[in-house]
Design a protein around this ligand. Structure first.
Ligand code: NHW
Ligand code: EN5
Length: 388
């Protein structure tokens, strides 16, 4: 069934339900001297490159590959369109390795035809904080699909992760592979219902007119929580404390330090937005919410070419009700002209999705660990991790 994945240290379907298996690494690290020193072999017409995404030319090439060949929905109506600024942010966190940004070129034309990337992250699984790679942006050009290029790319990134003495990884995918640690549901909150319906992202509900639909999704012009403001650099220590404490309750979550919070959560125009609540009385920072910007290309529509989507990222409510905090996030996103606000049913998101008029999407997101076994699949609410 899975000729490649059956050979890898991941939970296998045949092991599901086996209670004798213990949690933790599946295979031990090998001595670094035993890690293969040369890259894996590619078919002869291709060559490996390490992407220098600091270079504008390289960043353009990566952007164009993904814009034309990355993830689509099941009916091929939309394709993720990560911006160049977003890609630079996503690929250069504290301590990143340039060697983990791996491209494949056609030797003769130098055309970039495939990509896989990794970044380092400390991920906690129960009590165990593990140095992992987060793998993302695996992409093979549409014309080169089904030639078993992906397994070679996965083995090559694995080798380069091993060379940095890391032995575990995490990744998410819309497809089922051996074997998810959890399966999450995408939810969508319409902000611009007319456009969403026009482009086929959503449909007019039964017994609903356009004007009733627009009224249903209407939001206030301004946020309601006193002390709600944009996060600033000086807030990094307080936000880190808030987030660390909050993420401690989940089974799988990142172990963020101040430098991580500065990178991942300090607002970056058209990339990541973060807001917090500073108590007007005590000036204490009590609540926090954030979303990232990931537009999708609309494939083959006469009137529109892109859908502007916000994705719920990390949110912490200690004083303001989470429902009200997220309602303010929706208001901000609407004011900034986003068409839709997306969220997964991870962390405590279930508590606001229905009440804030999110509806379930047709997409699922499966979470995976490489070389780390979990005894039983987790509920989405046990996940404290959001990958880009
Ligand atoms: S998920 C997004 C993945 N990208 C896309 O969907 C873009 C559009 N599709 C494509 O570009 C986020 C191609 O279809 C891809 C597959 C490249 C997906 N993950 O080359 P073949 C991520 O980036 C397996 C893992 O012939 P292809 C996360 C498939 O099951 N494996 O197929 C990435 C089969 O293996 P099997 C996937 O269509 C995580 C084999 O690939 C997969 O031309 C990577 C077929 O290969 C996927 N999304 O190319 C794993 N899709 O055993 C990281 C298919 O079933 C692991 N496959 O025969 C950790 C590594 C680091 C470890 C460190 C210690
Ligand atoms: C790695 N970081 O399928 C990520 N998106 O629901 C890679 N559906 O947008 C893996 N098909 O349901 C990504 N509208 C896996 C996801 C790939 C993209 C994907 C889904 C998620 C999506 C939309 C559009 C469907 C178009 C036809 C969808 C319904 C919205 C509606 C709004 C009103 C209330 C009910 C729901």
């Amino acid at each position: 069934r899975h000729k490649f994945w059956e050979t890898q240290p991941v939970g296998q379907f045949k092991e599901l339900g086996d209670t004798g298996l213990s949690e933790g690494p599946i295979e031990p690290p090998t001595p670094l001297t035993e890690v293969k020193q040369e890259p894996y072999n590619l078919p002869n017409s291709y060559e490996w490159i390490t992407c220098d995404i600091d270079s504008d030319e390289m960043c353009d090439e990566v952007y164009n590959l993904l814009t034309n060949n990355y993830v689509e929905d099941d009916e091929n109506m939309f394709r993720f369109n990560y911006s160049k600024e977003f890609l630079r942010w996503a690929l250069r966190p504290p301590g990143y390795f340039r060697s983990w940004h791996i491209g494949v070129r056609v030797k003769s034309t130098k055309k970039l035809v495939a990509l896989i990337t990794g970044i380092p992250a400390r991920i906690r699984v129960r009590e165990d904080v593990v140095n992992m790679a987060e793998i993302n942006f695996l992409c093979v050009h549409k014309k080169l699909r089904s030639k078993r290029l992906a397994p070679v790319m996965i083995k090559e990134v694995t080798r380069r992760v091993h060379l940095e003495n890391m032995w575990q990884a995490t990744y998410t995918a819309g497809v089922v592979l051996p074997t998810p640690i959890s399966t999450c549901q995408y939810w969508h909150r319409s902000l611009n219902p007319r456009k969403l319906i026009d482009v086929g992202f959503s449909r007019l509900g039964a017994r609903m007119t356009m004007s009733r639909t627009i009224k249903l999704y209407k939001l206030p012009e301004t946020t309601v929580t006193p002390g709600f403001r944009k996060m600033e650099l000086c807030d990094v220590p307080a936000v880190t404390r808030l987030l660390r404490k909050y993420l401690g309750q989940f089974v799988v979550a990142p172990d963020f330090e101040e430098n991580d919070v500065e990178h991942w959560l300090l607002p970056k125009e058209n990339v990541v937005d973060s807001y917090l609540v500073e108590s007007p009385e005590t000036h204490e920072i009590t609540d926090f919410c954030s979303f990232y910007t990931l537009p999708s290309s609309i494939l083959g529509n006469q009137s529109y070419s892109t859908l502007k989507a916000a994705y719920s990222y990390y949110n912490v409510a200690t004083t303001t009700p989470l429902l009200q905090l997220m309602s303010d996030a929706l208001i901000v996103a609407k004011r900034k002209d986003y068409d839709v606000f997306n969220a997964l049913d991870v962390m405590q998101n279930e508590s606001f999705l229905k009440e804030l008029k999110f509806g379930p999407g047709d997409g699922k997101l499966h979470y995976y660990l490489y070389n780390y076994r979990i005894r039983q699949a987790l509920r989405p609410s046990e996940l404290g991790l959001v990958l880009l």
